[in-house]
Design a protein around this ligand. Sequence first.
Ligand code: GLN
Length: 538
Amino acid sequence: MNQTKYIFVTGGVTSSLGKGIIAASLAKLLQARGYRTTIQKFDPYINVDPGTLNPYEHGECYVTDDGAETDLDLGHYERFLNVPTSQANNVTTGRVYLSVIEKERRGEFLGKTVQVVPHITNEIKERMQQLGKTGEFDIVITEIGGTVGDIESLPYIESVRQLIWDLGDNNSLVIHLTLVPYLAAAGELKTKPTQHSVKTLMESGIKADILVCRTEHELSSDLKHKLALFCNVSKESVIQSIDASTIYEVPNLMLEEGLDKVALKKLALPEKNTPDLKIWNQFLFRLKNPKHTVNIGLVGKYVELQDSYKSILEAFIHAGSANETKVNVISIHSEYIDRDNAVEKFRGLDGILVAPGFGGRGIEGKIETVRFARENNIPFLGICLGMQMAVIEYARNVLGWKEANSTEMNEHTPHPVINIMEEQKTITDKGGTMRLGAWKCNLTQDTLASSIYAGAKEIKERHRHRYEFNSEYLDELTRAGLTPSGVNPDTGLVEVIEIKKHPFFIGVQYHPEYKSTVANPHPLFVAFVKAAVSKKSE
Ligand code: GLN
C-alpha cells in the first residue's frame, strides 16, 4: 500500500482568513485529479466538542452521520467533497486531554510523569494519523485551528513538527495561510505581517512550504518574488488568494494559481489527470446566471451572526443554483415578531424558514411566524425547533389548545405536544447526549415529503435535539389536518409533518441542511425554493 501523504494547513496574522475554504478547495482539486482525499480539523479549545457552545461563539455546530458535534468547517469539507466526515475529522484540545487523562487513570502510563511533551503530543500525532492509517485516503489534509503564536495551538504545532520528522522526506508539507493587507494611505500591499508570521512558525521548527496569501488586490510578480525570498519558499509556492464573490469560486482560483500542482510536486506525487470540475462548474454557472429571484425569510434568534446558520445558508445556495434562482435570505429576529407587526415583517417574502434553536427566547415570535405562513399560504419549512413550533402553532390555533407547548419551554403545559424523550429524562450531562446523527425515517406515500424525496420509502437524515413530537397527540393532530408524513421505523417517532391543504408547508425534526452539497443539493431545499419561485409568479 502506498504511504498516505499529509498536508498541514496553519494560519497566521489574523483569524478568519478562511483556512477551511482553502483546505476544502485544495482537497476538491486533489479529489478531482483522482486522489482519495479527506480533511480533518484540530481545534485548540478545551471544550470536548463544540456541542455545548452557543452559536455566537463559533457559529453553528455541524453534525456528522455518526453523531459527532463538530466545527462548522466540516460542513465546508462535506459540501465541497461530497464525502461524509465523522468524529475522527474533528479533534479538540479538550478531547485530547480527556483521553490522555483517562489513560492515566487506567494506569497506562504507570510510573511516569504525564506531560504535554510527549504524552499530549503523542496523542495528537496518533489522532492526526488515524484517518490516514485506515488506508482509505491517499492524502489527508489537517487544518490547525487558531493562529500561529497562540499559546493554545503550541502542542499542535509541536506535534506537526514531530510528525513531519517521523514521516520523512516528501511525505508531508505545510501550507501557511496569511494576510497581505493593503494600506490605502500608502497605496501598497504589505508583506511584513506575512514575514513575521512565517518567522513565528520557524521558531517552532516548522518551515512553511507554500504560502497562501489572502489579499484584496492582485499580488504582482515582484511582490511574489519578495515574499518568496524573505519567507524562504520557491516563487511558485506563493499563492494568491484574492477575495472572491462566492466561496465556491475558490477551487477554480486555486487551480489558476497552481496550488494543487505545487502541493503534488512537494509530495512527490504525479499530477494525474487535469481536475474534472464539470459538475462543479455547471453549479457555478447556474449560481451566477440566475433566471429568477426569491426572497426567503430566515426566522431565528441567532441572526446577528451569519455563521450561526451556516449550513442553512449554504443549502439555499445549492438549491438556488439547482433552480437557477437567486435566493435572497432575509434574516428576521424571532424575538421581535408579534401578531401586530407580522404583516410588516414578512412583506415581500416568497417563503419562510423557521430555524433550529434551543431555549425559550424568541419562541413566541416563531409560533407567530408559523401562523402567518400557514394562514397566508406562504411556502414554509420548519427545521427541528422550527418543526416543533409548527406543531405547537397547529395545536394552539387550529385545535384551540391555547397553552400547548414544548416541555422545553413550559414543563407544566396542559398540552405537551412536544415532549422530552423518555430516555432523555434521566440524562444530566449536557455534552454529546442529545439524539444525534443519522436516523432512519420512513416516508408515507402520496405526501409532499414523499414527492420531495422522489418517492423514496426510507431516508436517513441527521438529528440534534432532545425533544420530540409527543405521540399521545398524534391522532388528534392528524384528524385536525396535520399529517405525519415521516416516521422513524424503529421508535415510531414522528420526524416529518405537513399540511395537505397548504401549497407547501413542511416541518422536519431533523436537519436536512447538513447533508446538502454542491454535487447533491438537498431535495427539501430544492423543493422549497421551487415552491417560493411558484409563489412569486402567482
Ligand atoms: N430545542 C429543541 C430540542 O432540543 C430543538 C433543537 C434544534 O432545533 N436543533 O429538541
